[in-house]
Design a protein around this ligand. Structure first.
Ligand SMILES: [Zn+2]
Length: 99
């Protein structure tokens, strides 16, 4: 999480962007679920659709980026900075051995 100095767990920038995208995607998907449960349009609560829905290509790109961020998260960032400092995207790999 963001600490008081404004740095983000010591992750590299791609890992940081990935974290943000995962949050955006996760929160947005939650909102889509709420929209489904309260009825009406499936996109009624979809913030990404609200903001970028008029340009469906951009909307699609955002979903793809969130997907890429999730894949990055699953495999972990392999850069030196992350494997040394980032507990969520690098340190797991060090203790997990060869995968
Ligand atoms: Zn990294």
């Amino acid at each position: 999480m963001l600490n008081r100095t404004g740095s983000w767990k010591g992750c590299c920038t791609p890992a940081l962007i990935g974290e943000i995208l995962l949050m955006v995607g996760g929160v947005n998907w939650g909102l889509v679920g709420v929209g489904m449960l309260v009825g009406s349009d499936i996109n009624a609560w979809n913030v990404v659709h609200m903001v970028f829905g008029s340009v469906s290509v951009v909307e699609g790109i955002i979903y793809v980026l969130v997907g890429i961020a999730a894949v990055m998260k699953i495999f972990g960032c392999k850069c030196e900075k992350c494997s040394n400092m980032c507990s969520s995207c690098g340190a797991d790999n060090k203790t997990a051995g060869t995968m």
